[in-house]
Design a protein around this ligand. Structure first.
Ligand code: IVH
Length: 668
């Protein structure tokens, strides 16, 4: 057979198999028996084995799971993957509707969708071909899980149009697959997964795609960032368009013309959710018109044009067997209820935070009580109330201790605070928690250094402070429980790469009181080097708009300590970067651009670049982009079909540019 002939044969088989696959997994309407699919697939596998150079990434054979990989690459999302604000009752939904109406004029239509309880993923297609799939991660940076996502049969590897776009959706494990998986795991003496969401997430985070391939995962897509082609005006059109392209959108979505209709849809699903063969944890409500979405804009975390209605939390009764105490990074001593194990909203709950002594008094909680438990926001278990009728008289009062449960030093109650604190800076619990914070995701982000490893390292006296992490030796790590050659090497690699992190991660990781991740970024942007920040005075700090007196005080106090000086010197010696690597405020101020120092609003449809790219360009040139027009807006850039923001800007006499003006200026 000639090479050209084989190539055609392979292409034909690929098209045919992709078609069968689509019919089976997306439309749920197979046109051929399974055996025929298998036979064609084997034909293709054989041909590709004989002609490996003809094997392409979009071949259906790639769904079986390729070679295991060493670790996941980090992926920068083109546009951030936001989360959603929550509504818990009818009033919250009506409030949302009121906010939407205040924000935009005209008729408002909503699209209601089921909120699938799985894992958010982004799928990137270039020229119609699936090229990259990623997890949401922290919203800005996710992990490349392309090989695992390829094993999900309802994700098309090749679209029926050669377009470039990114779609987002929820990967999940159907209830039946979850139950089957857990049965097998129990037979194999493996820990069962707590719920389908964890099982889906666990499967997609496997380095060996063959494991994901066996897990029977599925996906529903719910959003597209269209980069080219088709003019789409509404979310409902975009859902239909995604289906047209070969994606699987959830068929239960509905367009509603009023908030009453939305509420009716929501209430309908509170009853019917258990009939579905996958888990949902609520309903997502989105403003349908994309122009209206644009006008409403987003906050840092979530869009103003959508909200997630969360189903009421499941409540269960169990017995409180004891109260444990733990000491946090800042020395706060927190009581935790130790409960008789019970299933709540899909997971086994054995503990619930009691926050502080006042809460225990307020709820009159005694050891031995029967208590009602629920999961706040379906995640963190909490004690709702005590069932006094079930008391036998054997219950015992609980009193907070006077001394630290870890280091025995006297606890203090700081003015205005309900919490009791251990103020011994050498308290081992505080040091351990500080180390855990240092490596955490928003801080130095060192993969593979979980709580268990840190605790072991600390207990074995291999690390006393954060600088010691960078001096860990391979043979020391290999001696730890569950640390094989591969995980040790991965960990050493992760520690090494974290050394080059930009300054703000280190600052946040150090755990300076009142300095959260955002403040750390502000400090890094302003001072650019650790040295300059160490030398900053109270006045230097409070001169920064975002830094209040309390934080400034805390920063100065922190850097005054001689032991902090030593620690930073030590970190410097082991090679940890002490400089800010992002866009510097000083550079921004130097930029000679018409955007510098200006507050700018983007509205309407931009044709030549995405809104996010436009925003990034403006920011690079020293401008600030905000979502709504006000007196402090300096410039409005209006794309096609600009609506009420344009009218408002005109009324306020704000300078208005077309997209053309904007592009010309960028090219300058
Ligand atoms: S829209 C910017 N639609 O819920 C809005 N999200 O906090 C993006 N989810 O992380 C989300 N089903 O993973 C949307 N039909 C749906 C969804 C959905 C599940 C998840 C999503 C996101 C979280 C929202």
């Amino acid at each position: 057979m000639s090479e050209a002939h084989v190539k055609t044969q392979i292409e034909d088989l690929k098209t045919l198999l992709n078609q069968y696959n689509y019919e089976y997994h997306v439309l749920d309407k197979p046109s051929v028996p399974d055996a025929e699919y298998d036979q064609k697939l084997h034909e293709l596998i054989k041909l590709e084995q004989e002609h490996p150079d003809l094997r392409t990434d979009d071949s259906p054979t790639q769904r079986i799971g390729g070679e295991p990989i060493e670790g996941f690459e980090k992926v920068q999302h083109r546009a951030p993957m936001l989360s959603l604000g929550n509504a818990f009752n009818e009033q919250d939904l009506r409030d949302f509707d009121r906010r939407v109406r205040q924000g935009v004029g005209g008729d408002i239509h909503y699209v209601c969708e089921l909120k699938i309880d799985g894992l958010a993923v982004s799928l990137l297609y270039e020229e119609g071909r699936f090229v990259r799939g990623a997890t949401r991660g922290d919203g800005t940076t996710g992990e490349d899980i392309t090989n695992n996502l390829k094993t999900i049969r309802s994700i098309p590897l090749q679209l029926n149009q050669n377009i470039t776009l990114e779609v987002r959706g929820e990967a999940f494990m159907p209830k039946a697959s979850f139950e089957k998986l857990n049965q097998t795991r129990e037979q194999e003496d493996l820990e069962p997964f707590a719920n389908p969401r964890n099982a889906a997430a666990g499967s997609l985070r496997q380095l060996d795609p063959k494991i994901a391939a066996k897990r029977n995962l599925d996906i529903f897509v719910y959003g597209a960032g269209l980069y080219e082609g088709k003019n789409i005006g509404s979310h409902s059109e975009s859902l239909s368009y995604m289906s047209e392209l070969g994606f699987k959108a959830n068929p239960e979505w509905r367009r509603c013309t009023s908030i009453d209709e939305v509420i009716e849809y929501v209430n309908g699903w509170v009853e019917r959710r258990s009939d579905l063969n996958y888990e949902i944890d609520g309903i997502v409500i989105k403003v349908d018109s994309l122009d209206q979405q644009d006008e409403l804009g987003t906050t840092v975390k979530s869009p103003r044009w959508a909200i997630a209605y969360k189903f009421p939390a499941e409540e269960v009764i169990t017995q409180l067997e004891g109260i444990e105490l733990s000491v946090g990074r800042t020395g706060v001593v927190t009581p935790t209820a130790h409960l008789k194990a019970v299933q709540v909203a899909g997971t086994t709950v054995k503990r619930a935070s009691l926050h502080n002594e006042d809460l225990i008094r307020e709820k009159d909680i005694k050891i031995g009580d029967y208590v009602v438990i629920k999961k706040a926001g379906d995640i963190i278990p909490e004690v709702v109330n005590v069932i006094e009728d079930r008391r036998t008289g054997d219950e015992q009062d609980f009193n907070m201790p006077e001394n630290c449960p870890e280091c025995d030093s006297e606890l203090v109650r700081i003015e205005d605070e309900v919490a009791l604190r251990c103020i011994n800076p050498k308290c081992p619990a505080q040091i351990r928690e500080g180390l855990i914070h240092f490596v955490s995701r928003n801080a130095m982000n060192i993969d593979g250094l979980g709580e268990k490893v840190i605790t072991q390292l600390f207990n074995e006296n291999l690390i006393q402070d954060v600088a010691n992490l960078f001096e860990l030796q391979r043979d020391e790590l290999l001696k730890l429980e569950r640390m094989g050659e591969k995980s040790t090497d991965n960990l050493l690699h992760a520690i090494e790469t974290s050394k080059v992190n930009s300054l703000e991660r280190l600052l946040f990781g150090l755990g300076i009181r009142h300095v959260g991740a955002k403040a750390a970024k502000t400090l890094a942007e302003h001072f650019e080097t650790m040295e300059r920040l160490q030398n900053a005075t109270l006045e230097d700090l409070t001169a920064i708009h975002e830094i209040g007196e309390k934080m400034a005080d805390s920063v100065v106090l922190y850097f005054e300590k001689p032991e902090v000086d030593q620690l930073i010197e030590h970190l410097r010696q082991v090679g940890v970067n002490m400089e800010y690597k992002g866009i510097k405020r000083s550079e921004v101020e130097d930029v000679d651009s018409p955007f510098n120092g200006k507050t700018i609003v983007l509205t309407g449809k931009l044709q030549q670049l995405s809104r996010n790219d436009a925003k990034a360009e403006i920011e690079r040139l020293g401008g600030k982009v905000t979502g709504s027009v006000s007196k402090s807006t300096n410039l409005l850039i209006a794309g096609e079909d600009a609506g009420s923001k344009l009218t408002k800007a005109e009324k306020l006499g704000i300078e208005i540019w077309t997209e053309e003006d904007f592009i010309t200026e960028l090219n300058n």
